[in-house]
Design a protein around this ligand. Structure first.
Ligand code: BES
Ligand code: MN
Ligand code: ZN
Length: 493
C-alpha cells in the first residue's frame, strides 16, 4: 500500500472513495459540506435516512454519489463540534479505511484536516489500520482481500505534511515489525530466528550482539538457562544498542523484554485448550525490539539499550523439574516450584545483566508475565509496577497519549513472604493471591539502585477482537508507541 500527500483540490476518481468528517449531530466538516454541495445534498439525505450521528468511529458509506466522480463517499464521525485533535484524525482515518477496505475501491482519498500534523496523523492511522498478517494464506479468495492500494491524503502543504509524517512512518514501521514478530508461529520464530531478525536491524544503524548458551553459562545465568533447557532450540540473549545522543558516553536508558517464543508451561504443562496463544509469549521482547527499531528509524537523540531474553519453554527428558533449584547471575538461588512461572526466571538474569553491564538511567521490562493481570485489569490496561514514582508518572502519561494505557499496582513488602522458600533464597511462585504483584516482587529482587518499572502486558499484547481501529485483531505491538513517546517526551536531549 502506498501513501501520498496531495493538494487539497485533488478530486477522488472513479475507482476511489473520498473520506470526510462529520461531528456530533451529524454536522458536516467543511470538506464534507463541499461534497454535500457537489452531490446536490446526497450526504444530508443519507444522514436523514439513517442513524448516523457523527459519533466517534461511526461511518456512513455513500455509493455512487451523483455529481462527484468518486465511487463512494465515506462520512466518518469524530464526536465534538470544534477543532479536531490529531488523535481524532488518526482514528477517523483508520475507521475510514476499515469502512471501504474490501469494497473494491483501489484508492482512498482522505480529507480529514489539511494542516501538516493532521495529514501526517491521518497517514499514520491508515497505515496502522491496514496492517495484516497474511503471509501464510495461499487460498484466500480475491474478493476477501483488501482492495485499497493507494491512500491519498489532502494537505495544504503536501511537502510539509510528508516531512511531518517521517517520524510517524518510522514508528509505524517499528509497530509493524513488532506485530509481525508476535504473529509468527513458534515453529518459525524460535529464539535463534528472533535473534536473527533483531540482528537484521543493524541496517538501521543499531548495533546488535547475540549471546548463546555457552556465553550465558559463563556469565552464570542459571535462571534463564534452566527455562530453555528442555528445548532443542538454543536460548539467546540479544543486546541491541542505539547510541543516538550527542554524547556517546552519556548514561543509556534500557528496555528488557521477556521473549518466551513458546510457553507450554514446561513440566508444569498448561492445558491444551488455548495453548496456541502462548506463541505470543514473546510480546515483551517484540515490544523492546520494536521500540529500538523506532528510535533508530527516527534517529532519536538518546542512548538506548534493548535486551531480549529469548527461550522456548518445553517439557522434555532434559527439562527443568518442579523443585529444582537454580542459581541466577545475581548469585541468588531460586526454587522452581512451577516451571510455568518461567518469564520471571528469564527476566531475573536479563535484568541483572542489563543493570550490571550498562548502569542505565532506568530499566523498564515488558513481559506477558501473568494470567492474573487479565483478571485484575481486563484487556484495556497493562499492569505497571515500579520502585520509582517519577518514572511511573511519565509512563502513565505516555500511555494515555498513545492509547496504551497502564494501571499502577503496588509492590507491598508484606507480600514478600509469599515467595519465601524453605531451601533457597526464594521460590518462583507466590500462590493465588495477588499473583501479578508477587511476580513483580520477584523481579524487584533482581534490581538494585536503579529506577525500574515492570509492565505486565499479558492483558494487552493481543486483542481478539480489537476495539481500536488502528489495532488489528491479534498482535497489537503493544509498548512500541508507549515507549517511543516516553523517550521523545522525557529523555531526548
Ligand atoms: N505466559 C504466561 C502468562 C500468560 C497467561 C500470558 C495468559 C498471557 C495469557 C506465564 O508464563 C505463566 O504461565 N504464568 C502463570 C504463573 C503461575 C504459574 C504462577 C500464570 O499466570 O498462570
Ligand atoms: Mn508460563
Ligand atoms: Zn510465559
Amino acid at each position: 500500500m502506498r501513501i501520498e500527500f496531495v493538494p487539497v483540490d485533488t478530486q477522488a476518481g472513479a475507482t476511489a472513495a473520498l473520506a470526510v468528517l462529520a461531528h456530533e449531530g451529524a454536522a458536516l466538516s467543511p470538506e464534507a459540506r463541499a461534497a454535500n454541495e457537489a452531490t446536490g445534498g446526497a450526504l444530508a439525505r443519507a444522514i436523514a435516512g439513517g442513524r448516523f450521528t457523527g459519533a466517534k468511529g461511526q461511518t456512513l458509506d455513500i455509493v455512487a454519489p451523483h455529481g462527484l466522480e468518486a465511487a463512494r463517499v465515506v462520512l466518518v464521525g469524530v464526536d465534538g463540534s470544534g477543532a479536531v485533535e490529531p488523535e481524532a484524525v488518526e482514528l477517523a482515518a483508520a475507521s475510514a479505511f476499515h469502512a471501504i477496505k474490501t469494497s473494491g475501491v483501489v484508492e482512498l482519498v482522505l480529507k480529514l484536516g489539511a494542516d501538516a500534523e493532521s495529514a501526517a496523523r491521518a497517514a499514520f492511522g491508515a497505515r496502522l489500520a491496514a496492517y495484516r498478517f497474511d503471509k501464510y494464506r495461499t487460498t484466500e479468495k480475491a474478493e476477501k482481500k483488501p482492495s485499497v492500494q493507494v491512500i491519498k491524503i489532502a494537505a495544504a502543504d503536501p511537502v510539509k505534511a510528508q516531512k511531518a509524517y517521517e517520524p510517524l512512518a518510522a514508528l509505524a514501521d517499528a509497530i509493524v515489525f513488532s506485530r509481525d514478530l508476535v504473529s509468527e508461529p513458534a515453529n518459525i520464530l524460535h529464539p535463534e530466528e528472533f535473534a536473527a531478525r533483531a540482528k537484521g536491524l543493524e541496517s538501521l544503524g543499531l548495533e546488535v550482539e547475540i549471546l548463546g548458551e555457552a556465553e550465558m553459562a559463563k556469565l552464570g545465568m542459571g535462571s534463564l538457562l534452566g527455562v530453555g533447557q528442555g528445548s532443542v532450540r538454543e536460548s539467546q540473549l540479544v543486546i541491541m544498542k542505539w547510541m543516538g545522543a550527542a554524547d556517546k558516553s552519556a548514561q543509556p536508558i534500557a528496555f528488557v523484554g521477556k521473549g518466551v517464543c513458546f510457553d507450554t508451561g514446561g513440566i508444569s504443562i498448561k492445558p491444551a485448550d488455548g495453548m496456541e496463544d502462548m506463541k505470543w509469549d514473546m510480546g515483551g521482547a517484540a515490544a523492546v525490539a520494536g521500540v529500538m527499531h523506532a528510535l533508530a528509524g527516527r534517529k532519536a537523540r538518546v542512548n538506548a539499550i534493548g535486551v531480549l531474553g529469548l527461550v522456548e519453554n518445553m517439557p522434555d527428558g532434559n527439562a527443568q523439574r518442579p523443585g529444582d533449584v537454580v542459581t541466577s547471575m545475581s548469585g541468588q538461588t531460586i526454587e522452581v516450584i512451577n516451571t510455568d512461572a518461567e518469564g520471571r526466571l528469564v527476566l531475573a538474569d536479563a535484568l541483572w545483566y542489563t543493570q550490571e553491564r550498562f548502569k542505565p538511567q532506568f530499566m523498564i521490562d515488558l513481559a506477558t508475565l501473568t494470567g492474573a493481570i487479565i483478571i485484575s485489569l481486563g484487556h484495556d490496561y497493562a499492569g505497571l509496577f515500579s520502585n520509582n514514582d517519577g518514572l511511573s508518572e511519565k509512563l502513565l502519561t505516555a500511555g494515555k497519549a498513545e492509547r496504551e494505557t497502564l494501571w499502577r499496582l503496588p509492590l507491598p513488602a508484606a507480600y514478600e513472604k509469599q515467595i519465601e522458600s524453605p531451601i533457597a533464597d526464594m521460590k518462583n511462585i507466590g500462590g493465588r493471591p495477588a499473583g501479578s504483584i508477587t511476580a513483580g516482587l520477584f523481579l524487584q529482587r533482581f534490581v538494585n539502585n536503579v529506577p525500574w518499572a515492570h509492565l505486565d502486558i499479558a492483558s494487552v499484547a493481543w486483542k481478539k477482537p480489537s476495539a481500536d481501529p488502528t489495532v488489528p485483531d491479534g498482535a497489537v505491538g503493544f509498548g512500541v508507541r508507549l515507549l517511543n513517546r516516553l523517550v521523545a517526551d522525557a529523555y531526548e536531549g
